[in-house]
Design a protein around this ligand. Structure first.
Ligand code: FAD
Length: 315
């Protein structure tokens, strides 16, 4: 058993958690990162919109981050799954909060502060074929995977309010935009936003999407509808439902926002002293939605680490 009372435990070895560990390591804080190895961008063959790493496979980015962290003696990366988090009182924990014990596959770990960086899980539309294409031809975020569909026909699956926003972002990129309402009725705001724009709407149910190649070898998808011609697409924008990927916010009774993400202040502090959250799972009041991206997660991780440092210093 690990008897050490560490300065901090970071649960999550994605961009938020790894960046937080780097920042804490640079002030020689004793930090343990717990990483179960399930990353949100696992399905993507390359990541984009990350300066210096545009087009890099996520696993390569993580390997580079691990090499960086290996230079810091007080940072330990443990490949293990955490199951339960609880607070404990200890005279050693400092003046401004409890200590925390995290139960993992490999025993308990204790620390004075806790950073949750466990990310979100995507629940995809149940249209057959979407899951297989997610991360390549099917994508949820035009900033991450929009430019890659340049000059090809792009479909937008669904009928909710996301359709108008995605159409607005993709109209300069796609050769043709088609909304696949999938048997749903377009939200009135979406209808109004699409009026006068060069966006086709197909109302039929989408029976399946299957991988295919476009002219020139560009990978694409064929959307088969229950009536009429199929749509040949170079990209398909989808809107997953997002869920916390770990139970710790619930176990700790943290306040959540309507988005389902953990409510944090600008420094990453949650509603519970000593517990911080950074990355996709967290949401500050200043943002209209969780700003879920690699660089946003890194930025939040760095800021939360500085907050932990400040809290431990009592300043
Ligand atoms: C298909 C896809 C493609 C994407 N492409 C891009 C892109 O191109 N550019 C971009 O900027 N963003 C992209 N994103 C978004 C990006 O992946 C996230 O914003 C980013 O990964 C968030 O980082 P994070 O550290 O918060 O969470 P994650 O990267 O999801 O990391 C979560 C970490 O928590 C760990 N964890 C979870 N539960 C436990 C547990 N119980 N015990 C121990 N560890 C645990 C996981 O193993 C993992 O290490 C994409 C997302 C998806 C779904």
């Amino acid at each position: 058993m690990d008897e050490t009372l560490h300065d901090a435990i970071v649960i999550g070895g994605g961009p938020a958690g790894l960046q937080a560990a780097l920042t804490l390591g640079r002030t020689h804080r004793d930090v343990v990162v717990l990483d179960s190895g399930a990353y949100r961008n696992d399905p993507a063959d390359a990541m984009h919109n990350v300066l210096g790493f545009d087009g890099t496979p996520p696993a390569e980015f993580r390997a580079a981050a691990h090499r960086t962290l290996a230079a810091y003696d007080t940072v330990e990366l443990r490949r293990t799954t955490a199951h339960e988090v609880a607070a404990f009182d200890s005279a050693d924990t400092g003046t401004s909060g409890d200590g925390f014990v995290v139960r993992t596959d490999d025993g308990d770990v204790r620390a004075r502060r806790l950073l949750l960086a466990t990310g979100l899980r995507d629940e995809l539309p149940d249209t057959p074929g979407v899951a297989d294409l997610f991360g390549t031809v099917a994508a949820h975020c035009p900033y991450c995977h929009g430019h890659e569909f340049s000059g090809t026909p792009v479909g937008i699956l669904g009928s909710g309010t996301h359709v108008a926003r995605v159409a607005g972002l993709m109209e300069r990129i796609a050769s043709r935009l088609v909304v696949l309402a999938d048997g749903g009725t377009l939200d009135p705001d979406v209808r109004a936003a699409l009026e006068g724009r060069d966006v086709a709407v197909r109302h039929e149910k989408v029976l399946k999407v299957e991988p295919t190649l476009l002219d020139g070898g560009h990978r694409g998808a064929l959307a088969v509808l229950d009536d009429g011609e199929p749509e040949l697409l170079g990209g398909l924008m989808v809107m997953p439902s997002l869920h916390q990927s770990a139970p710790f916010a619930e176990q700790l009774g943290l306040e959540l926002r309507e988005s389902g993400c953990v409510a944090v202040d600008a420094m990453g502090r949650t509603s519970r002293p000593g517990v911080l959250a950074a990355g996709d799972l967290a949401h500050t009041a200043d943002f209209p939605m969780p700003m879920a991206s690699v660089t946003a997660a890194m930025s939040a991780g760095q800021i939360a680490a500085a907050a932990i440092d400040g809290d431990l210093l009592g300043v």
